[in-house]
Design a protein around this ligand. Structure first.
Ligand code: FAQ
Length: 309
């Protein structure tokens, strides 16, 4: 079969809704883009555990602490599942992690901002997990089998994360003025990074067209952002919280949300390693990587000696 014929057959399969599996023929660009996207996603989960993780010792009570520990563990587990899915495409976990530690790989913009108060933990759990669910419930319909299957489990757990964030918001909003002010302050700081979370506007998106053609992405960045606004703006406002965008409103005629564009120059700076917390996040990951070396070496020796598969 010619390369052209293989491509046609591949695209016909994808259009029928068949899943692509690791041993199947796939265009090189499909493979490369999936490695980029899945590894970025894995890095986001691992680094994404840090802003909330720093609050574990300061959780306001025992129940909140247990829920937060479980959530943070889940996020790290998601990273492991995603590294495994990416490995099926012929890249090793070691290469991916080295790329992250050397600054060659990127991860989600949102995790390069500090979690300043306990209200930030609640906002991350409610709105960043909420945004992740909007995105990931589409990715689980995607064409690459191992990624889609990982997404099923991940989405299930993200649902719990969202509930624990929402529950913490409910408690704070029913509390003292000081607690409500902390939530408002956290919302003011996280709103713009969350608006950027879905990626650049469709007209500036580099990969969307190709990825949607191959059903890796099911919805475009703008479609996801609109869905997020539709789901969450009414809920945020129902608490009496003020979204820090005076232009934000639903346009009945256009059938879409109108909003102020976030600062896309800031977005570029942040994803290229120059956000408020990038250096610290990578330094913490490097420390964990170095301190875990003896565990990896011991496991490798076990495998070599045939004591473990
Ligand atoms: N951050 O051409 P597009 C979570 C980059 S998991 C950083 O539109 P694409 C769970 C993009 O890579 C969060 N970079 O890209 C959790 C590209 O640069 P490149 C992560 C971004 O791939 C919750 C350039 O901009 N989720 O939150 C971002 O078609 C709480 C042009 O963009 C995933 O990774 C961004 N936000 O669409 C954990 C989901 N957006 O690589 C802990 C999988 C764009 O050419 C606590 N990924 N860029 O140099 C996706 O769905 C897609 O990759 C998008 C971007 C939608 C993120």
């Amino acid at each position: 079969m010619t390369e052209e014929a293989k491509l046609q057959e591949f695209e016909a399969r994808v259009n029928r809704g068949d899943k692509v599996e690791p041993g199947d023929w796939m265009p090189e660009d499909y493979r490369k883009n999936l490695i980029r996207m899945i590894s970025q996603h894995a890095h986001s989960e691992i680094v994404g555990a840090l802003p909330e993780g720093t609050w574990i010792p300061y959780a306001p009570n025992f129940k909140r602490k247990m829920a937060l520990i479980a959530k943070v563990q889940d996020e790290v587990g998601h990273g492991q599942m995603l590294y495994k899915a990416a490995e099926t495409l012929g890249v090793s976990r070691e290469e991916m992690i080295n790329d992250l530690l050397m600054g060659r790989a990127t991860y989600s913009n949102v995790f390069n901002y500090p979690a300043e108060t306990w209200a930030d933990v609640a906002i991350i759990g409610w709105l960043i997990d909420g945004a992740a669910i909007v995105n990931q419930t589409k990715l689980l319909l995607g064409s690459y089998g191992p990624y889609a299957r990982a997404m099923e489990r991940i989405c299930y757990e993200e649902g719990f994360h969202l509930k624990q964030g929402y529950d913490a918001i409910c408690e704070m909003m029913a509390g003292t003025k000081n607690q409500r002010d902390l939530v408002q302050d956290a919302l003011n700081r996280w709103w713009w990074p969350i608006m950027m979370f879905f990626g650049p506007r469709d007209k500036d998106s580099v990969h969307s067209a190709q990825l949607m053609r191959w059903k890796v992405k099911i919805k475009s960045n703008d479609e996801l952002r609109q869905e997020f606004l539709g789901k969450f703006v009414p809920k945020i406002r129902a608490f009496g919280l003020v979204i820090p965008d005076p232009e934000l409103r639903y346009d009945e005629e256009k059938g879409e949300w109108l909003f102020t564009e976030p600062d896309w120059d800031e977005f570029k700076r942040v994803i290229r390693g120059n956000g408020p917390m990038n250096k610290e996040r990578i330094a913490v990951r490097r420390l964990a990587h170095d301190e875990g070396r003896w565990v990896r070496e011991a496991l490798e020796r076990f495998v070599e000696e045939g004591k473990m598969a």
